[in-house]
Design a protein around this ligand. Structure first.
Ligand code: GRG
Length: 293
């Protein structure tokens, strides 16, 4: 197993354990929603965003127990977005991470509540003193995640995505939509490193540019997988995007793949600002564009 795969597997195990401990135990009258949160959050997943938080905080030697909490908060928001995105009123999906979607298993109302509770749990984790002793750092993390997840970030991107079903978007609009819908949380991952590590302005810019290119490369690959991947490998339905413009519908398969490769190479170059501590961040873009799930 190569260095990156080994590290990603080990981060996934570590994050699963930490998330399990942060979730409320399944008891009392509200047990059903606790169980749905657990079901959605501990259903597998690549844990790519937590990995990015840990890799970017490691650049600044942030203590791992603090970094892990920020990583878990981000995964809670990501999982909430998947739970809500799968609902019948949005993408109406039956499978996610190789298992029935949360609303298929627990019903729509409980899935909505589980998503809401995961979103709010993220901010509870970040604002707890255990995440950082300095209240300014905690407030900066909360602000950055709220901005990434909210109306000018992921939620806004999802709104434009819904519009894309009835309106034809050009490449600029699709890029903006994806930078909001998928890119904003990826940017938060590296922002968390910069905030907790008190990065310099140059370091912040380098990390931001890295996340911008990585996020787009990730999304182009997602669009390619929607066309070329299999439901077995992806653990979810494929061909869901055939009614709206995507990078693949606008650029074609070959140009989309070339664009993803170019973005991945560019992302690696942004890491020239850092020493050997950025090795995992240098390896990640290659993984992102070659993934099969
Ligand atoms: C409902 C507010 C709200 C937002 C939903 C992110 C999103 C917005 C919807 C997800 C739909 C989707 C499939 C987007 C494409 C990119 C993406 C986020 C893929 C899933 O992320 P992975 O591949 O998933 O990291 P795992 O399961 O590995 O965590």
């Amino acid at each position: 197993m190569d260095l990156l795969t080994g590290e990603m597997n080990s981060v996934a195990r570590e994050i699963d354990k930490a998330l399990g401990a942060l979730l409320p135990p399944v008891e009392d009258y509200e047990a059903e929603v606790f169980e749905a949160m657990r079901y959605a959050l501990l259903a597998g997943g690549k844990r790519l965003r937590p990995f990015l938080v840990l890799a970017s905080t490691a650049l600044f030697d942030v203590p791992i127990e603090r970094a892990r909490r920020a990583a878990c908060a981000l995964e809670c928001v990501h999982t909430y977005s998947l739970v809500h995105d799968d609902l019948p009123c949005m993408d109406d999906d039956d499978m996610r991470r190789g298992k029935p979607t949360t609303h298929k298993k627990f019903g729509e109302a409980t899935a909505v509540l589980a998503g809401d509770a995961l979103l709010t749990l993220a901010f509870e984790i970040l604002s707890d003193e255990a995440t950082h002793h300095d209240p300014k750092v905690r407030a900066d993390l909360v602000l950055a995640l709220a901005q990434a997840a909210g109306a000018h970030g992921m939620v806004g991107g999802q709104m434009i995505d819904m519009l894309a079903e009835t309106t034809s978007l050009d490449i600029g609009a699709v890029t903006r939509l994806q930078q909001m819908k998928t890119g904003a949380l990826i940017r938060f991952a590296v922002d968390a490193g910069a905030i907790m590590g008190h990065a310099t302005t140059d370091q912040k810019h380098a990390l931001h540019n890295y996340a911008y290119d990585l996020g787009l490369a990730f999304q182009i690959t997602d669009d390619l997988l929607d066309v070329e991947g299999s439901a077995e490998e992806l653990g979810k339905a494929v061909g869901k995007d055939d009614k709206k413009e995507t990078f693949v519908s606008l650029l074609g398969v070959e140009r989309a793949r070339m664009q993803a490769n170019m973005l991945a190479e560019q992302a690696v170059i942004h890491m020239d600002h850092f020493d050997e501590k950025a090795e995992l961040l240098r390896l990640l873009p290659h993984f992102v564009i070659n993934r099969r799930s």
